[in-house]
Design a protein around this ligand. Structure first.
Ligand code: HEM
Length: 367
């Protein structure tokens, strides 16, 4: 039932311990009037502060109002606690084009390039504004997104959204490493909340990196990655481990040691040259490090006798040009995992720092 503070130096939902459930949504702004967008963001902020505290979206609530008007909350979270709900906002490159905000657009906030093997579907990619809703209870996350969409009617429309279950990362050393749908521990070598010097270097946008409104924030890259689990499940254990570069049981590097020991990436190492962890490792990518915060998904089945399953990859970083882009470039070229995965959606968003006063609202310093 715990509530995670909405106000703070950083937005919650980045280094706060990853919850188990996700509802991620990307909106298109449908109005051309900046004042309407600003008013909606004020309403959103008030609703977000309330919902993350376990309250109704509006002050009257789902059942307290007059019978003649639609309720100011949709009601499905009545009786449910805050459940660790975090709501994290980000702004996509298209928002800056739409509102002529090019002077405020950070140089690093550009649509991601095409990577070899990409099968990106436009309809489930991009977006002007994203909200990452995470919670221990899926109903609480869905309730939050639904109420923001309701409050945004006439100003924004839902472009795409994704549900996720089962975190595929740890963002704190206090958390055990979970598993992804390949059955491997995921999130072992991740940036973690307990490493402030590394977070300053690799996660948080610094003064001088770009426009002031983003200082103290971070960039979010989203990639929906379909995993062909049926093919994976027919792959021998030894081959699965060679593809990842770690053992399936403990998650230790194939070069030996325990889960959290450094992998040996020298020529004599047992970790193959095309193993995922070798190609993704910082020493192979000019020191690039990410805070991964993704989720498993299963969107039913695909009509061809297969689960529509995969990883909804989310990663935060100080600069995508020194984070996701070089890592993905190296993976897309050579990763032996590519035979079993396909990237189908892509997004990039600039996530401002946290709000620190109750009269501040999302996007104020930008708009
Ligand atoms: C590590 C799985 C996609 C970046 C790992 C590990 C697994 C894994 C099992 C080892 C445990 C760990 O350290 O977390 C997957 C799967 C993917 C996927 C199943 C797709 C479905 C990606 C993508 C990126 C990425 C798209 C970034 C472009 C990393 C990084 C590491 C890692 C940076 C840590 C490497 C290290 O420092 O040792 N991944 N991954 N992964 N992955 Fe992925």
């Amino acid at each position: 039932g715990d509530a995670i503070p909405f106000y703070g130096v950083r937005q919650a939902g980045i280094i706060t311990p990853a919850q188990d459930r996700l509802h991620f949504v990307a909106f298109d702004v449908t109005t051309s009037k900046r004042a309407e967008l600003v008013a909606m963001l004020e309403n959103w902020t008030a609703a977000a502060a309330r919902m993350t505290a376990g309250l109704d979206a509006g002050t009257i609530g789902a059942v307290g109002g007059i019978p003649e008007a639609p309720p100011d909350d949709t009601g499905e979270a009545i009786g449910l606690p805050a459940s660790g709900l975090t709501l994290t906002i980000g702004f996509g490159p298209s928002l800056f084009r739409k509102f002529g905000l090019s002077g405020q657009r950070p140089e690093a906030l550009e649509d991601l390039p095409h990577f070899p093997g990409d099968a990106i579907e436009e309809k489930i990619s991009g977006g002007d504004i994203c909200i990452q809703a995470c919670s221990h209870d899926p109903q609480v996350a869905v309730h939050a997104v639904r109420n923001l969409a309701r409050l945004g009617m006439g100003v924004v429309s839902v472009r795409w959204s994704q549900l996720g279950f089962g975190r595929t990362s740890s963002t704190s050393t206090s958390q055990a490493t979970p598993r992804n749908l390949f059955g491997f521990k995921d999130g072992t070598a991740n940036l973690k909340a307990e490493e402030p010097a590394l977070l300053d270097e690799h996660l948080w946008v610094r003064d001088g990196d770009g426009p002031a409104w983003l200082t103290g924030g971070s960039y979010l890259v989203s990639r929906k990655i379909r995993m062909v689990v049926e093919t994976w499940d027919r792959t021998p254990l030894g081959e699965q481990e060679a593809i990842v570069g770690r053992t399936k049981g403990t998650g230790a590097p194939l070069s030996g040691g325990q889960e959290f020991d450094e992998p040996d990436l020298s020529d004599k190492s047992a970790i193959p040259v095309d193993a995922h962890v070798r190609l993704a490792h910082p020493t192979q990518n000019q020191g690039a490090r990410l805070l991964r915060r993704g989720y498993n998904f299963v969107d039913g089945s695909d009509g061809l006798g297969r689960l529509n399953a995969g990883l909804f990859f989310l990663a935060y970083q100080r600069d995508p040009r020194r984070g996701f882009i070089p890592v993905q470039t190296s993976l897309a070229r050579r990763d032996s995992m590519n035979e079993y995965i396909r990237h189908v959606s892509s997004g990039i968003f600039a996530c401002p720092p946290g709000l620190q006063a109750a009269d501040d609202f999302w996007g104020r310093s930008l708009l």
